[in-house]
Design a protein around this ligand. Structure first.
Ligand code: AHG
Ligand code: MN
Ligand code: MN
Length: 345
């Protein structure tokens, strides 16, 4: 009989821990709690049409965007799954303006969690893939006390782990704790994440580009030239590329991680800092992509080296295969003097 490798997420995390004798097991428990939240959010996303949970809450969030019921459900689920484990000292979420304290009745731990509870939520009502993104740091303030904003505002390079869950044709959780990037697919029949993608490596060069081309008019001239260059025919560099844009960053980047390619959400003449948020979208996705051998920058600087100033700050992002991200950086560098982001033309 062929051997079946029954590697659950919990077993994998424990086996990884054994390889690192310095580990205390706290991060493993934290990841386990996150996977529990993911299972519940996945269930709710899958029955969204049935559960009368579609549509808006009627409120808007800190970014002035309409909040959907599932955004709030996912936010509350993450908080409720993570507040009592004793691993965290502070949390922050896209859906909450301020940092989120651990309730006084629970123990505080040494880790910091930042998350986007539902990414791509404008796609919910159309059954398109959406996801959850998380970023984990070690606290920098003294142990034993509540965490502070300072613990949250660390450079991405200091993340100890990061990951995401895509609720797509199946639900997959992808994480890295700095030793490779691993994917676990949820078996809905018995509710376990099983190892499906071990040690993911992003191809050095891809054939896919992902960007909202509706914003073309407002782009940096170097970016316009780059996109036109991708569309030209050249056998040696495998052009033209294919365009794929879901509109859920987490799903777009997950696909490009597996197939190779580049995802871009640039600055433009209307939005000088782009759209996506550094702390709970760009940092964790960049940590994963770099750990898989790829590259992530704001066009000039490595995303993980950006020094954060505020919790909800935005950054332009170019992320994916090493070759593809380097190419767009080169195109933009050549045209640098002719672009002033934020200036109407
Ligand atoms: P969120 O749903 O968490 O607010 O994020 C939406 C983001 C991201 O997921 C996606 O890639 C991007 O918005 C799409 O923006 P455009 O509609 O401007 O292309
Ligand atoms: Mn998002
Ligand atoms: Mn969101």
């Amino acid at each position: 009989m062929p051997q079946i490798r029954f590697m659950t997420l919990s077993r994998f995390i424990i086996e990884q821990e054994k390889l690192h004798p310095e580990a205390t097991g706290e991060l493993s428990k934290l990841l386990h709690d996150l996977s529990l939240a993911a299972k519940v959010i996945s269930l709710e996303v899958n029955k969204a049409g049935l559960a009368d949970i579609l549509g808006f809450t009627g409120d808007s969030n800190v970014h002035g965007e309409d909040v959907r019921k599932l955004d709030m459900f996912a936010h509350n689920m993450m908080f409720n799954a993570m507040d009592h484990g004793g691993h965290l000292c502070i949390m922050a979420s896209e859906e909450e303006e301020d940092i989120i304290h651990i309730p006084a009745k629970f123990k505080v731990g040494k880790y910091v969690l930042l998350f986007d509870p539902l990414d791509g939520s404008s796609n919910i009502d159309a059954n398109v893939s959406i996801g959850t993104i998380f970023s984990i740091f070690k606290r920098i303030t003294p142990d034993g006390k509540p965490g502070t904003l300072k613990d949250c505002l660390q450079k991405g390079v200091r993340q100890v782990a990061a990951g995401y869950i895509v609720y797509g044709s199946s639900t997959i959780m992808v994480y890295s704790a700095g030793h490779g990037v691993h994917g676990f697919t949820l078996d809905p029949s018995f509710g376990e994440f099983l190892l499906s993608n071990e040690s993911i490596r992003i191809p050095q060069k891809g054939k896919i580009y992902s960007i909202n081309e509706g914003n073309y008019l407002y782009w940096h001239p170097g970016l316009k030239k780059y996109i036109k260059w991708l569309q030209e025919e050249d056998n040696d560099s495998e052009r033209p590329y294919t365009s794929r844009y879901i509109g859920s960053m987490v799903a777009d980047i997950h696909r490009n991680l597996l197939y190779g390619g580049i995802y871009m959400y640039p600055a433009d003449s209307r939005n000088p800092n782009g759209k996506l948020r550094l702390m709970y979208e760009c940092n964790p996705m960049s940590f994963i992509v770099e750990a898989a051998g790829g590259r992530a920058s704001n066009g000039k600087q490595r995303i993980l080296e950006i020094k954060p100033g505020t919790l909800h700050q935005r950054t332009p992002i170019f992320i994916g295969s090493e070759y593809d991200v380097r190419m767009v950086e080169e195109f933009m560098a050549k045209e640098e003097k002719t672009f002033s982001p934020g200036k109407k033309r």
